[in-house]
Design a protein around this ligand. Structure first.
Ligand code: FAD
Length: 501
């Protein structure tokens, strides 16, 4: 990203906020801004029913729970309105090798010593034949495997949601309108800029109406109508690391009770998702078009579906990457308008939320270049690490069975990721960098799951003899199993907590 200082900012109070686009990004932004600053600002959201939304994006991560708490959104009402289910992690199938799977769960695994994470003790136990699977020491992971869930009073489970994206936007619209957002239906025909400083001044709709504003939030999806097309902020393409550039999405009826995790099933040139909601299942095939043609990708998806097919398979094309700046002049892009990382770790809605939280934390009284630079720097920092985490899944694999997997294994990867892999392989150490989304346990689960076997562990683990280590490991595992037995079945819990309307 480019940090050069733009001197064309001006001192003008921000009173009118205009949100262009009403997908997940637009309505999440409207909800947060109107709830927090609705009394002080005039907030308008423009969306076009004719253009519609991308209509996918149904698996989330636990930070959405936090977002809802921040804006005081009622969880039971939200879950009932969006047919939501609980998500405790993602099961990666056929990623390390065909026929093998592992779960990346949201919980913590075992207990850390201040000098060494639990993995060091587990590795010693594994080498001595004392330890069970790494996941057996994590309550969320075991709960996912056994399809159990409840909100526990003190030691709550770390969870997220699967939700219906269309219903979520509708729910947030009601919420935002209640807090003062004005919605305008119409297609944006032209974006006007001020010749004096290049700032966006108004959105002109096809019916001739002009919506003026001081701060514009570009949520127009892949079009990036304001930041990309109007202000000309370039896109940084990451397709040399992330080969997938297309997806088919299709919905099916449920054939069994919803499980509390997303399935990610690797195929010959990409992977498929399964996202269970209360009333249906979201399915998709993400693939790299230079390794498989679209018709073949569609057939592979359709031939593996369970349940009645409810929608026509829809093809989406994308380029993985990020705008070089997400805030330029008086325009901030959120969601697909700012960039796109494939949905492997469900990070896009999270990034929308981070963009909103960051905006609320640096909400400008007047547009100010130092706020802009800080915002862009923080965003770049955050996305780089998420990008690395996603590349890890493709690059570290035993699979060499198709040209796609051979290319993934052979590609050169960012230095930042190579360093993490080398460090873990040699020493079993992982260090989370400040403000990084994925904590140590996420990296460890995926690195072990993809097949990295660390060559050593921290010497502090050797201070425990076999008997003590066995007691330590079994104590944790026993605690996990005892908690697990207290949890009801996930689908039964949903029926009482948030039955869909
Ligand atoms: P959109 O939904 O495209 O909304 C754009 C809005 O702009 C619409 O309201 C449209 O009407 C409006 N608009 C555009 N042009 C104009 C115009 N000229 N005039 C007026 N209005 C206009 N994210 C996750 O977190 N988890 C997932 O599991 C996940 N899965 C995904 C799978 C795929 C295949 C893809 C492509 C994305 C996935 N995402 C996922 C990302 C997620 O879908 C998006 O981040 C999210 O939906 C936000 O989209 P958006 O609001 O930015 O854009």
């Amino acid at each position: 990203m480019n940090h050069t200082t733009d001197t064309s900012t001006e001192v003008k109070p921000v009173r009118r906020v205009v949100i262009a686009g009403g997908g997940t990004a637009g309505w999440m932004a409207a909800a947060a801004i109107s709830k927090t600053l609705g009394k002080r600002l005039e907030i308008t959201l423009v969306e076009s029913e004719e253009i519609g939304t991308v209509g996918v994006g149904e698996a989330t991560i636990p930070t959405l729970v936090t977002f809802h708490r921040l804006i005081d959104l009622n969880e039971q009402a939200f879950m009932a309105a969006t047919q939501a289910t609980i998500k405790l992690g993602i099961q990666f199938e056929n990623w390390k090798d065909v026929g093998q799977h592992y779960i990346h769960s949201f919980g913590t695994t075992g207990k850390d010593h201040w000098s060494a994470g639990f993995q060091h003790f587990w590795l010693k136990g594994w080498a001595r034949g004392l330890a069970r699977d790494y996941g057996d020491y994590c309550l969320e992971l075991r709960a996912a495997e056994e399809s159990r869930f409840a909100h526990l009073p003190r030691t709550g489970l770390n969870y997220a949601f699967h939700l219906d994206a269309g219903l979520y936007a509708r729910f947030l619209r009601q919420f935002s309108e209640h807090y003062g957002t004005r919605r305008v239906e119409g297609k944006i025909r032209q974006v006007h800029t001020d010749p004096a400083n290049g700032f966006i001044s108004a959105l002109e709709l096809e019916n001739g109406e002009c919506i003026e504003g001081d701060l514009f939030i570009d949520c127009t999806g892949f079009r990036s109508l304001l930041l990309g097309q109007t202000l000309g902020v370039e896109f940084e393409d990451w397709s040399h690391w992330l080969f997938s550039d297309s997806a088919f999405a299709v919905q099916t009826g449920s054939v069994k009770p919803a499980i509390p995790y997303t399935r990610s099933i690797a195929g010959e040139s990409g992977w498929q998702w399964r996202i269970p909601l209360q009333h249906r299942v979201g399915n998709g095939h993400v693939f790299a078009s230079r390794f498989i043609d679209a018709e073949q990708a569609k057939q592979q998806l359709l031939s593996t579906l369970e349940g009645e097919v409810l929608t026509e398979p829809r093809l989406l094309r994308f380029t993985p990457g990020q705008r070089r700046k997400v805030w330029a002049k008086n325009c901030i892009a959120l969601g697909l308008a700012s960039g796109f990382l494939e949905p492997l770790e469900s990070t896009n809605i999270h990034l929308i939320q981070r963009g909103i939280t960051r905006l609320m934390q640096s909400f400008p009284a007047v547009i100010n270049q130092v706020d802009i630079d800080e915002y862009n720097a923080q965003t770049e920092w955050e996305i780089t690490h998420i990008r690395d985490f996603i590349i890890l899944h493709y690059h570290v694999t035993n699979r060499r069975d198709t040209p796609f997997w051979r290319a993934c294994a052979e590609m050169s990867i960012p230095d930042s990721l190579q360093h993490r892999i080398d460090l873990f392989r040699e020493t079993a150490r992982v260090f989370r960098v400040p403000n990084e989304l994925f904590a140590e346990n996420s990296w460890i689960q995926v690195m072990l799951g993809q097949g990295i076997e660390p060559r050593s562990y921290h010497p502090v683990a050797d201070l425990m003899g076999d008997q003590e280590l066995n007691g330590f490991l079994e104590g944790i595992r026993g605690g996990v199993e005892r908690m697990l037995r207290q949890l009801p079945q996930h689908h039964a819990y949903l029926q009482s907590y948030c039955p869909a309307k």
